[in-house]
Design a protein around this ligand. Structure first.
Ligand SMILES: Nc1ncnc2c1ncn2[C@@H]1O[C@H](COP(=O)(O)OP(=O)(O)OP(=O)(O)O)[C@@H](O)[C@H]1O
Ligand SMILES: [Mg+2]
Length: 232
């Protein structure tokens, strides 16, 4: 049985597609069987994947479903024994699609930029996830700081306000990931090439940040009693 992970944040441009790209590549190269569902009418993930396929790099499968996905279809996909992870790249600004994806998920990963609007949108996301968790007892929530600027005061204040906001989520089910991804040219450029950041710029600090982030994500997906440390 596969697990379903949604990359979601209703704020546009937070880094959802970029995060989905890194997870899909990095976990598929170490043997996870990944199927990506691009739920965004803009189909950014699919466009990036086309570049990837042209280069003969297709270690996982992608389906584009811009009008939303039926929960029944997701439960069918989940039963497939040839998949480990179904990764859903949710759209920005389309609340219904994100809601349906989150309700069907085992985990939600939310990238957040530390600007006023992004932080406000994320607080709504947290409240929504907390309400879904009342029904969906398996759901875990992971949040991380994307496009971080080390010296900005707003970034530090933003992190503090998000820690407070996640207190509405029951214990051991919300994780603020320790690894932040900084705002770099390597990340922005990789998104235009069909490559992951590690493939595009293996020696860049962003490449090792994503490696650490993905290790943390795998840790948070383990059953609570098997986790080395909880981050929330
Ligand atoms: N850490 C980063 N450093 C530099 N650029 C980044 C970073 N993260 C994302 N970007 C860039 O920001 C833009 C938006 O990122 P992305 O498309 O992943 O966001 P999104 O949340 O999927 O947006 P949408 O809501 O429109 O689907 C892209 O051009 C991407 O390359
Ligand atoms: Mg996107």
């Amino acid at each position: 049985m596969a697990i379903i992970i949604s990359i979601a944040n209703q704020k546009g441009g937070a880094g959802k597609t970029t995060t989905a790209q890194q997870i899909a590549v990095e976990l598929s190269v170490v043997g996870y069987r990944i199927h990506v569902i691009d739920m965004d009418p803009q189909a950014s993930f699919t466009q990036w994947y086309r570049h990837r396929r042209k280069q003969g790099l297709n270690s996982f499968s992608v389906v584009t479903i811009p009008t939303g996905l039926l929960i029944e279809d997701l439960s069918e996909l989940k039963q497939r024994s040839d998949l480990d992870i179904i990764l859903i790249d949710c759209p920005g600004n389309i609340v219904d699609i994100t809601m349906a994806a989150v309700q069907a998920s085992d985990a939600v990963i939310t990238p957040v930029r530390a600007t006023g609007l992004d932080l406000e949108a994320t607080k709504y996301m947290i409240l929504f996830v907390a309400s879904v968790m009342k029904e969906n007892k398996n759901l875990r929530f992971m949040l991380f700081h994307n496009a971080k600027h080390a010296s900005r005061r707003l970034d530090k204040e933003g992190e503090i306000s998000l820690v407070k906001a996640t207190k509405s989520i029951p214990g051991q089910r919300a994780f603020i990931l320790k690894t932040a991804i900084t705002d770099t040219a390597a990340v922005a450029e990789a998104g235009m090439t069909g490559l992951s950041v590690r493939e595009y710029a293996p020696k860049s600090p962003s490449s090792s940040q994503y490696r650490k982030l993905i290790m943390e994500i795998l840790e948070c997906l383990k059953p609570a009693d098997k986790q080395i440390s909880a981050s929330a």
